[in-house]
Design a protein around this ligand. Structure first.
Ligand code: LMR
Length: 396
């Protein structure tokens, strides 16, 4: 039966890794997948994670199943990190969550869960959005439509066009927002813009679905959650998919949270039974190790302070690189204004070059980035900055 299957092209993001690894150019640069790297190009395990892991090894007494919802301690700590401990939705007992295998697991569980509430519901995603949103949400049965978000010509938000499209979206539809550090474009909504969107959600009745994959990588843990928290105060129902891959550096451990805010506690109990049933029918229950590390960090004041300091260091390094690359591109004589890179947030920005120019950078200089010209800023360093900027200047 399998002879009828055709081969698919490599994943547009993950496929780059294989080509990068096979490249023997000593000057090669990986700006593909969104993984934080230090100045030496290394993705180290955070010290707070190492410490939590050491403690866990000593204290862990069982490897018995943890159940479809995961560990209550992790879920509570994450809800508080995302919403703030005093958020009205939490205090009113309207929030339920499940620990998931990464942010992808959360997106998929929430999509299937929504599809049970309304089969084939429409979800509006930003144009552009993270490529994997489409299969994660669409394969679960949701219909995907897009709203304008980013203007490549001006490297800025198309907020008016976004509002124009969303003003016709009403009850029964979902709208996917990136909480912060938009992937792939790095252009985030301002507080005023979040306010407009929260009012629209409230008046029109659409359900916000927020992807929070980079909390702490934009401005700070609280600032990055500002829009999400406002939205959660404004609407009766909302979905959040959160990831611990980046902010805890736990990429391969697969740690995430699927969180739903309900209209009331009774809906929350019914809804949670459905969500856990979705989990049971997919992967039965989440892996434990990574979430146990996060729980241990978030519930220990000392470890939490250490983790926050490490997160700040990662954020500041990326922000420094953002300024650095703007200056170095100018110094290398690169044609055009790249100052938008400095204004954008998080791991990514579009360089704004054509797919052909992206291919030239790869072939002629061994510089790897997604075809859309999305660069993962942390792949730059003081060592490779000049090489990168001269290469870009040469292909422009
Ligand atoms: C990315 O966008 O590079 C990351 O979110 C990793 C991934 O799985 O695509």
């Amino acid at each position: 039966m399998f002879e009828h299957l055709s081969s698919l092209p490599p994943d547009p993001i993950l496929g780059l890794l294989a080509s990068y690894r096979a490249d023997d150019n000593p000057n090669k640069i990986d700006l593909g997948v969104g993984v934080y790297k230090d100045e030496a190009g290394h993705t180290a395990v955070l010290q707070a994670v190492k410490e939590a892991e050491t403690r866990l090894l000593q204290s862990e007494e069982t490897k018995a199943y943890i159940g479809p919802a995961g560990t209550p301690g992790f879920n509570t700590a994450m809800q508080e990190l995302i919403l703030g401990a005093e958020h009205p939705a939490l205090l009113a007992g309207r929030v339920r969550s499940a620990q998931t295998p990464g942010g992808c697991g959360a997106l998929r569980v929430l999509a299937e869960f929504t599809n049970r509430a309304k089969a084939g519901a429409t979800i509006w995603v930003s144009d552009p959005t993270w490529a994997n949103h489409v299969p994660l949400l669409g394969n679960a049965g949701l219909q995907i439509k897009s709203y304008p978000y980013y203007d490549r010509a001006t490297s800025s938000l198309r907020f008016d066009a976004m509002v124009e499209t969303l003003k016709n979206v009403g009850e029964g539809d979902l709208v996917l927002f990136h909480a912060c550090c938009h992937n792939p474009c790095g252009a985030d909504l301002s507080r005023e813009q979040w306010q407009v969107l929260a009012e629209m959600a409230q008046k029109q009745g659409f359900t916000p679905f927020i992807d929070m994959a980079y909390q702490g990588f934009g401005d700070s843990l609280d600032d990055d959650a500002w829009g999400l928290r406002l939205m959660a105060e404004s609407v009766p129902e909302m979905l959040v998919a959160a990831s611990c891959s980046k902010n805890f550096g736990l990429y391969r451990e697969r740690v995430g949270l699927a969180m739903v805010i309900y209209n009331n506690g009774a809906d929350a109990d019914k809804g949670q039974s459905q969500m856990l049933n979705v989990v049971r029918g997919n992967y039965s229950m989440p892996p434990s190790h990574g979430a146990a590390i996060v729980e241990s960090i978030l519930t220990d004041a000392g470890l939490k302070a250490n983790w926050e300091a490490e997160l700040t260091e990662m954020r500041e390094r990326i922000n420094g690189l953002r300024s650095g690359v703007v200056e170095s591109l100018a110094a290398a004589g690169a044609a055009g204004d790249f100052s938008f890179i400095q204004r954008q947030k998080g791991m990514f920005s579009f360089l704004g070059i054509t797919p052909e120019q992206v291919q030239r950078l790869q072939k002629e200089y061994s510089i790897y980035m997604v075809d859309s010209s999305r660069i993962s800023i942390a792949g730059l360093s003081q060592t490779n900055m000049e090489y990168f900027c001269k290469a870009v200047a040469s292909i422009l």
